[in-house]
Design a protein around this ligand. Structure first.
Ligand SMILES: [Zn+2]
Length: 73
């Protein structure tokens, strides 16, 4: 399945926050959030602040709709 990636480094993994409890997630090409790991069992997709997400690999912070499309199949 195609994923959206960090426009800076190309990582497929994102965090809800650089500080505090970290939920790790990926985003499909359709913009759907896939939670990979969360510190709380009650986490829901809608809990992600779509205007303030963090790359899991670099210092990029931005909007969900600012992600790049992966060129891989
Ligand atoms: Zn990045």
């Amino acid at each position: 399945m195609a994923q959206l990636i960090c426009p800076s480094c190309g990582s497929e993994y994102f965090l809800t926050s650089k500080t505090g409890p970290k939920t790790i997630f990926k985003v499909t090409a359709e913009g759907a959030v896939q939670v990979i790991q969360s510190p709380t069992n009650s986490f829901r997709d809608g809990d992600i602040d779509q205007h303030n997400i963090c790359c899991g690999a670099c210092s990029w912070i931005g909007k969900l709709d600012g992600l790049a499309e992966s060129q891989r199949d």
